[in-house]
Structure formats: C-alpha cells, structure tokens
Design a binder for this molecule. Structure first.
Ligand SMILES: *Cc1c(COP(=O)(O)O)cnc(C)c1O
Length: 385
C-alpha cells in the first residue's frame, strides 16, 4: 500500500522542477554571489532572479525582500528587530494568543527584557477581531503582529482590515504568512502590511530558507553582525541552492493558485464532511469556510490524538496532532485552548493538511481508516460513555 501524506502544514516535499532549478547551485554555479569574477556574477544573477520571483509573488519590489534561514528567523527578526529599532518611541507590542511559537516565544523574551505585550484572544473559530486590535493600541504601541492564517486550525485572519487600522494609527504591522503563501492570495499592498514572513519548506522549497518582506522605509535592527549580504541587514553567505529553490517554488505555487485552491478545498471539505458524518462525537476546529484550503482539524471525543496518530501511521497515513513542535509534550495546543476547547477535547484532536498531491481516493481511505481506528480505541477507552 502506498503511504498517504497529509501533513503538509508541517512540511512539504521538494518537487522535481524545484530540485532542477536548484541543481546548478549544487554543481557548476558555486561562486560566492559577493565575488566580482564570473563565477560570482553567475551566482549573483541566480540570487537576483530568485529575489525578483519572491517579490513578484507578493506584489513587492525586489529590494524589499530579504532572505533568511527559516520562517522562524523571519518572525524573530520582524518582532525583535522592530521592538529594538522603535524602543525610543514605545515599548508595547500587540499580537494574538494563537500565533506560532516563533512569535509567542519571541514576545515572551521581549517581556523578560521589559517590553509589554498584549496577547489578543480569538473567537470560537480562531478569529482575531480588528476592533479588539484597535482598542489595544496605546501611544506606546510600536508593533502589531498577527498571522495571516493559523498553522493548526487554518483560520484566516482579517489582515487587510487590521493593516488599515495599524496604518491609520501609525503603528507598524507584521504578519506571519508562512502558512498562507502559496495557499491563498498574498499581496503586501492589498494587506496593508509593513513586514511579512514566509518559509520555503511550507511551499515545496527545501527546509532552512525563509524570507522577510520589509516595506521600503521600514527600519529594523539586525539580529546578527557580519558581512554586507542582504543589503547589510542579514549577514552570512547566501544559501544559494535553497534560495533559488524558494524562488522557483513560490513562482510555481502562485501560478495557478485559484485552480489549486479550488481542488484542495474540495478535498478538504470531502474529508471534513466524511469524518463528521461517519464518526459520532466529532467536531471541526477553526472556521467552517474562512480557512486554509488544505486544513482539516477535528476533535474526536473520548480518545487521545497521539494514539490515533500511531494507529493511522500503521495504516500508512501521516497526519499530526496539535502542531509538530508541541506533539511529544503533554501540554495541549495553545491554539485549541484559545478557541475554548477543554483539555480533554483538545487532546483528542487531529490535523490533516492536504495539498494538490492528494486525491479523492486517499481522502476516502483516510475516512474509512480513521473510522476503524476510532471504533477500536473507543471500545478500549475508559472515557467512552
Ligand atoms: C512552520 C511555521 C513557522 C516556522 O517556519 P520554519 O521555516 O519552520 O522556521 C512559522 N510560522 C508558521 C505559521 C508556521 O507554520
């Protein structure tokens, strides 16, 4: 039996065209893009092309794109770099309770350094209210950071609206768009953002490369010191193969976005409806419609997410419980608790994240397999009524 991969929110595979675009950097084009000779100029040309592709995908200018080591670095840089750069102006940051740990743990670090952080609550669907954002702004507020779409429950936030509020109040606005880029339309101008994070490995580029969009005129403190790469703002010799892979991947991911999103959301809805209709005592987490095309997050009562995952794995199905970073710990997901789930229900949650590689046959097999697993586990569960 073929294995079924439904954990694309954790990471995606590098596709053949992306690998082919990268190959020259791993073989013949090995010059340092900072070198003046022909080897260096060949590398520089590929670097410039990749930057232009990332910029085009976001409706930004190439000189507003900075390559980083991962989405986590982009998030750290946006938040810490802004907090430090704007310290003279104020010490207050606004974010949400359901951000990725790359944001939350960075904000917690800043709190230990004396900054003040407001963690906005979300509604039962995981939505941040733009009105709440506006109410939280004080004269001390220097940054608002709200993710475009949540990695666990897939809920999409009203980013353009929040961005308009931030702009009206003269407050800098960052969004973690790691899950959104390549899945839904992302346009830095339409979204009114000043800073936007993305990551290669969530959109078919390799792991270990990311980018930060920094709107022209927005100044950040550097996190590292070194050479003059990335217009002196992010030193370190460029990860050429991965950067070139990211350029090709983002170009492909945004090329037929609407058709792809329509295909993937139909699969997602087939999976969601199949699970809710076939298995009793289940609920969908996240917004019913305003969610990422590939995200299906469900709570299945009376049993543990981890035991379901292991049993699905035996059937060749890869999914996740909570987020990959938190599974292995006994703390239930902060996102599921923030939307109001009890610890018990949060522990019985599964995330299936689909993409254009998945098929209806796979979805139907997953529904059937999950039903079998749930029946067996519930028969043994002390929690079953
Ligand atoms: C995966 C992810 C990150 C971290 O990106 P890495 O490249 O793995 O460091 C940040 N934010 C969100 C929403 C993510 O899904």
């Amino acid at each position: 039996m073929n294995r079924i991969y439904m954990d694309n929110a954790a990471t995606t595979r590098v596709t053949q065209p992306v690998l082919e675009a990268m190959m020259p950097c791993l073989t013949t084009v090995y010059g340092n893009p900072s070198s003046v000779h022909a080897f260096g100029r060949d590398a520089r040309r590929l670097l410039d092309e990749a930057r232009a592709k990332v910029a085009a995908a976001l409706n930004a200018k190439p000189n507003e794109i900075y390559f980083t080591g991962c989405g986590t670095e982009s998030d750290n840089w946006a938040v810490r770099g802004s907090a430090y750069a704007l310290k003279a102006k104020g010490n207050h940051i606004i974010t949400s309770a359901i951000e990725h740990h790359a944001i939350l743990h960075t904000c917690q670090q800043l709190e230990r350094e004396g900054f003040k952080v407001t963690y906005l609550p979300v509604d039962e669907y995981g939505q941040v209210s733009a009105a709440d954002v506006e109410k939280a702004i004080t004269p001390e507020t220097t940054l608002i950071s709200i993710m475009t779409a949540n990695n666990e429950i897939g809920t999409i936030q009203p980013i353009a609206e929040i961005g308009a509020i931030a702009r009206a109040h003269g407050v800098r606005f960052h969004t973690d768009a790691v899950q959104a880029v390549g899945a839904i339309p992302v346009d830095v101008k339409a979204m009114n953002v000043d800073l936007l994070s993305l990551s290669g490995h969530k959109l078919h580029a390799p792991k270990g490369v990311g980018a930060l969009y920094i709107r022209s005129g927005v100044r950040l403190e550097r996190l590292m010191n070194g050479g003059a790469q990335e217009r002196t703002q992010r030193p370190g010799t460029e990860n050429m193969p991965s950067i070139v892979g990211l350029g090709r991947a983002i170009e492909l991911a945004t090329a037929h976005l609407d058709e792809k999103a329509a295909y993937v959301s139909a699969l997602r809805d087939r999976l969601i409806n199949g699970i809710l209709e076939t298995i009793p005592d289940t609920r969908l987490n996240g917004h019913p419609t305003n969610r990422l095309p590939g995200n299906c997050n469900v709570s299945i009562r009376y049993i543990e997410g981890e035991s379901m995952l292991l049993n699905l794995d035996i059937k060749g199905i890869a999914a996740s419980s909570g987020s990959a970073c938190t599974s292995g710990s006994l703390d239930p997901s902060h996102v599921l608790l923030a939307i109001g789930l009890t610890h018990e229900v949060a522990h019985g949650s599964l995330r299936f994240s689909l993409n254009e590689d998945n098929t209806e046959e796979e979805v139907d097999y997953v529904i059937k397999s999950l039903d079998e697993v749930v029946r067996r586990l519930r028969a043994m569960s002390p929690l079953t009524m």
